[in-house]
Design a protein around this ligand. Structure first.
Ligand code: ATP
Ligand code: MG
Length: 302
């Protein structure tokens, strides 16, 4: 049965996607079969794992400009809008998380292989907020959990990358990681905003745990990310270890912009080049999560 890792924090830019992508890659490298699910309409996880930059050849930009020109009699702003719309439409991936949540397709139909061994993805949808509205209207919190049950035996782990907002998609993500051995992994950047974000996320998980009595048996783990080598961050790190001795991972991810920015710019996974300090930090986090998954019930490498 696949273990679900729900990567969540109600604060933007805490390292959720970087953590999700590197954990997925690292666990897949260990021989586990994994599925990534991109629940964020920004689609950063999808563009890294499906290397979407390849779908933007420079000729497309030329086409976009041509398209604007053909509409020039309608005014520049309108022409640009039409051109931009067509340009974006072209990049639409068929069969996404939107189709899964709206029950238009089965999850199996929406799984795409990635170029990485042992790793598949259900891609993002720019329309996911439309799905969010409908889930909210029907108060549906088990759609994702139901969908994951259909593929439980095909994977060793399933990683969910979340948007920072709190909405019905995030409720679905919390309830999808409900089994014993599933994990809510909360990346924390140790600044005021990051700490406020983590309080909101913990509050949400505890609230749902109370509301859905006996239905949430998963564990919570915190991962300190983007830690600077200064006294303030070290003090916060120490305080978090004291406040959450059971929940905090012993691995910590340092702040090291150059390799992270390089990887993100070239749509690469940081761990593909394991010789930087921040990649070594992520490798330790992968090893720690791997051990946790093994401890919390046997994980079979497929
Ligand atoms: N360890 C790190 N050192 C330096 N920069 C980092 C590190 N981790 C992530 N970043 C950078 O910080 C930014 C935010 O990271 P990331 O996209 O992983 O966060 P996120 O929580 O997924 O953001 P969002 O809430 O927008 O989805 C990115 O520009 C990323 O390149
Ligand atoms: Mg993200």
């Amino acid at each position: 049965m696949a273990k679900v890792l729900n990567i969540m924090s109600h604060k933007g830019g805490t390292g959720k996607t970087t953590t999700a992508v590197n954990l997925a890659y690292g666990l897949a490298q260990k021989g586990l079969k994994g599925l990534c699910i991109d629940l964020d309409e920004q689609g950063n996880m999808t563009s890294i794992l499906l290397q979407l930059k390849d779908q933007y050849p420079s000729s497309d930009v030329q086409e976009f400009l041509e398209h604007c020109k053909t509409h020039s009699q309608q005014g520049q702003a309108h022409a640009s809008l039409c051109g931009l719309k067509d340009y974006i439409q072209k990049d639409r991936i068929r069969c996404t998380i939107y189709d899964v949540l709206m029950k238009r397709r089965t999850i199996q139909e929406c799984i795409h292989p990635t170029p990485y061994e042992n790793l598949d993805i259900v891609p993002y949808s720019p329309d996911i907020l439309d799905a969010e509205n409908r889930l909210q209207a029907t108060m549906a919190t088990f759609c994702l959990q139901d969908a994951l049950q259909e593929i439980d035996d095909a994977y060793d782990f399933i990683i969910l990358d979340n948007h920072p907002a709190e909405n019905s998609i995030t409720y679905n993500a919390v309830m999808a990681a409900h089994k014993e051995g599933d994990l809510h992994l909360l990346p924390i950047k140790v600044d005021r905003g990051g700490l406020e974000g983590i309080v909101r996320t913990l509050h949400l998980i505890y609230t749902l745990r109370d509301e859905k009595r006996n239905q949430l048996h998963s564990q919570i783990r915190l991962l300190v990310t983007m830690k600077n080598r200064n006294q303030e961050d070290s003090q916060w790190d120490m305080a978090l270890h004291q406040a959450f001795p059971e929940e905090i991972l012993s691995s910590t991810i340092r702040y090291q912009a150059k390799p992270v920015v390089y990887a993100s710019l070239h749509k690469k996974v940081l761990l593909e080049k394991p010789d930087t300090n921040v990649a070594r930090d992520y490798q330790k986090a992968v090893d720690e999560v791997y051990t946790l998954l093994q401890e919390n019930g046997h994980v079979n490498a497929h």
